[in-house]
Design a protein around this ligand. Structure first.
Ligand SMILES: [Zn+2]
Length: 298
């Protein structure tokens, strides 16, 4: 019998069997990082010696010593790769966001360490998505995130940070998303945010706020005048669902986040959202994201 929730490679028991020790993790990371075999980062040489005592790969030509994690977000880590692998697995697969406290208890590591690793993985997610721009049809809106105290809702609420949100969609629903913490909702900021996150020639739908008219001159822009705020979620449905889900993730798994880290949590949310259909591939996608990202400071 097939269980609806079952995905090969996507369950924790299989995962822990597959990566049962450091060697298994190291082999997998090696194969992902150097899929065509080791290549010296300095001279490109492919022959190497493995110095197992220090876990370094020494180039047979130029003697450069490379570590498996140098240049990735895992650089200089003193945490076993297995812990990294489990956190990457959990972060990639936990649709409602991974609680750092919960993860530190599950893996038996101190909260601070779990927090630092999750922070680095989040940083990698942000870096990865900064290299993409949305294309096609896009809904765009702004929202306010992050205040613990309750204030008035909507634009201009006290103590909240404005966030620009965009989501591409087609006839089957939403595709990819970005969320960017901004200083203020004005034409210049909208123009700059759109330029960084949306391909030229895309079609952008927004509500009737004048700043969008000013900021989206370069796009095929459709401004929808929303007289009754209650109908906004019908006229720009995807962007509103996305905002509601991001807020509930931040409230639920993370119990609210400080303004300093808000962008990281939004990047994490968008990374996962844009890849939600990858199922069992998610772990390797996030591992790759961590390999290609530059080191993140904490
Ligand atoms: Zn070399």
């Amino acid at each position: 019998m097939r269980d609806a929730g079952y995905q090969k490679g996507g369950n924790l028991l299989e995962f822990s069997k597959r990566f049962q020790d450091e060697d298994a993790c190291r082999r997998h990371l090696f194969n992902r990082r150097w899929p065509n075999g080791f290549a010296c980062p300095r001279c490109g040489g492919v022959e190497y010696y493995h110095i197992s005592t220090r876990d370094l790969y020494e180039c047979a030509y130029c003697r450069h010593q490379a570590s498996l994690t140098a240049g990735t977000v895992m650089e200089k880590t003193r945490t076993p790769l297995r812990v990294w692998f489990f956190l990457i697995f959990l972060m990639a697969n936990q649709k409602t966001g991974l609680s750092v406290l919960g993860a530190s208890r599950m893996l038996g590591i101190p909260y601070d360490r779990a927090w630092r690793i999750c922070h680095k993985i989040r940083g990698a997610m942000g870096q990865r998505d900064a290299s993409y721009r949305l294309a096609g049809l896009i809904e765009m809106d702004d929202s306010y995130f992050g205040a613990k105290k309750s204030g008035k809702r909507g634009r201009g609420a006290e103590g909240k940070r404005p966030v620009m949100v965009g989501v591409s969609f087609d006839e089957n629903g939403p595709l990819h998303a970005f969320m960017k913490v901004i200083e203020t909702v004005d034409g210049d900021t909208i123009e700059k945010t759109a330029e960084e996150n949306i391909e030229a020639d895309s079609g952008v739908k927004t509500d009737g706020l004048g700043a969008y008219l000013a900021g989206l001159g370069a796009y095929h822009h459709e401004s929808i005048v929303i007289k009754d705020p209650k109908t906004a979620s019908r006229k720009l449905p995807w962007v509103h669902i996305l905002i509601a889900n991001a807020k509930s993730t931040i409230r639920g798994a993370h119990h609210g986040v400080s303004p300093t880290h808000l962008q990281d949590y939004l990047s994490e949310f968008c990374w996962r959202f844009s890849r939600r259909r990858f199922g069992p591939e998610l772990f390797d996608r996030l591992l790759w994201t961590c390999i290609v990202a530059s080191p993140v400071s904490t």
